[in-house]
Design a protein around this ligand. Structure first.
Ligand SMILES: *Cc1c(COP(=O)(O)O)cnc(C)c1O
Length: 391
């Protein structure tokens, strides 16, 4: 079953609307941050129901600005899950603060609230926690919020996978973006919506919003020069050494078109997840991801049961590749990374649950551009492989 073209692990869904928006920005003369960024921020805030949205050029920048806004200092600690992308940890090191890794719940692959409690007992300089909604499955936010409130620490959500995800149902439904103190989204090429590169922070806090808008553009305060009305419009004051994190109108144009079809794309991913789950549900060799009403289905993280198969995870991935199916692994635990070992003294064996999951997990392709035939092709090949390799 490999007489067909290679099916990539991820592909953006770019149509004429995105192209028209980008061309419109180029023709307008405003190619850097301008009216489209403002419009994108407004529509994004409206979509998730947040009071404020600040557009930046990556989720990494968004996380950095969020930590800066809460006033993270040298020597502080921040709790993060060990199963995440390096960006979640790296931004903490920008402050000479310390990422404190916390093990995951092997069922959800999200940070384990019980392990958060334990970490807080031994770490006394924790200022914030960054839950990651892995693959778009919301973390246990009620529980995490309760823990954070009683410890007096901030919650900054890494929602790089979780645009369109929500917790609760009916009247208690809350979109990811209105729960924690600050929520950070990614518009990287493979994420739920894309601007090529891009990110967004949402928050209810106006003071933090002003701060992040200043810090994303060199620390320049427009309000400062507005106070001196006798100065020309060329005058500005730099109140802090800031960063160069602003989004361009070219990117925001793409974002506007993507945001308009965000729900449609989510529905299609959900449909694919349901087809996978019903097609694999009889296979004892596989563990399927938990489904939940508010799942954004950015990833479909399958797990194999190696004790039932005569191949391991790496061989499974390799054979899928030979069958022209692209896959990925989310994520290699952070304590395997040389810099986390060198700087913070972590070592293999420190986080058994994340390691157990890591050795078994495979992310299957799940994106709106996949055709029904593509989905069936993945299903047929995975099923055939499981049957061929059963032991
Ligand atoms: C992609 C990703 C990021 C970083 O997003 P960028 O927009 O590429 O900076 C952060 N956290 C997680 C969990 C991610 O997957």
């Amino acid at each position: 079953m490999k007489d067909r073209d290679y099916l990539p692990f991820a592909l953006p869904d770019i149509g004429q609307e995105e192209i028209d928006q980008v061309v419109d920005a180029m023709r307008s003369g405003w190619i850097t941050m301008g009216p489209k960024v403002k419009q994108f921020e407004e529509q994004f805030a409206e979509y998730v129901g947040a009071k404020n949205a600040v557009a930046v050029n990556s989720c990494t920048a968004a996380l950095h600005l969020a930590l800066e806004a809460i006033g993270l200092q040298q020597g502080d600690e921040v709790l993060i899950p060990v199963t995440t992308f390096t960006a979640t940890a790296e931004v903490i090191t920008y402050f000479n603060a310390t990422p404190v890794l916390v093990d995951i719940d092997p069922k959800t692959l999200n940070i384990d609230p019980e392990s958060i409690r334990k970490a807080l007992e031994t770490h006394k300089k924790v200022k914030a926690i960054i839950p990651v909604h892995l693959g778009g499955l919301p973390c246990e936010m009620d529980e995490i919020q309760r823990i954070a409130d009683s410890a007096g620490i901030s919650v900054i959500e890494d929602a790089a996978h979780a645009l369109s995800a929500f917790t609760g149902t009916g009247a208690s439904k809350k979109m990811i973006g209105v729960i924690g103190d600050l929520t950070c989204f990614s518009f990287y090429a493979t994420k739920t919506i894309t601007t090529g590169e891009g990110g967004m922070v949402t928050t209810e806090n106006d003071e933090w919003t002003d701060r992040m808008k200043i810090m994303r553009l060199h620390g320049i305060s427009k309000d400062a020069w507005k106070r001196y009305t006798n100065e020309g419009s060329w005058y500005y004051e730099v109140i802090e050494p800031g960063f160069k994190y602003n989004m361009t109108d070219i990117a925001a144009g793409m974002g506007l078109a993507q945001l308009a079809k965000c729900e449609f794309m989510k529905d299609r991913r959900k449909e694919i997840s349901q087809r996978y789950t019903s097609a694999f549900s009889d296979l004892q060799e596989l563990v399927l991801p938990p489904s939940s009403e508010g799942h954004a289905w950015h990833l479909y993280v399958l797990r194999i049961r190696p004790e039932t198969l005569n191949i391991n995870r790496n061989q499974f991935i390799e054979e899928l590749k030979q069958r022209n199916i692209g896959t990925s692994v989310h994520f290699i635990p952070l304590h395997y990374m040389p810099y986390c070992q060198r700087l913070f003294g972590y070592k293999k064996g420190d986080f058994p649950d994340s390691e157990w999951v890591y050795e078994r997990c495979i992310s299957l392709p799940i994106y709106p551009k996949m055709t029904d035939d593509d989905v069936q092709y993945v299903i047929d090949n995975v099923r055939e492989m499981v049957q061929n390799h059963h032991r």
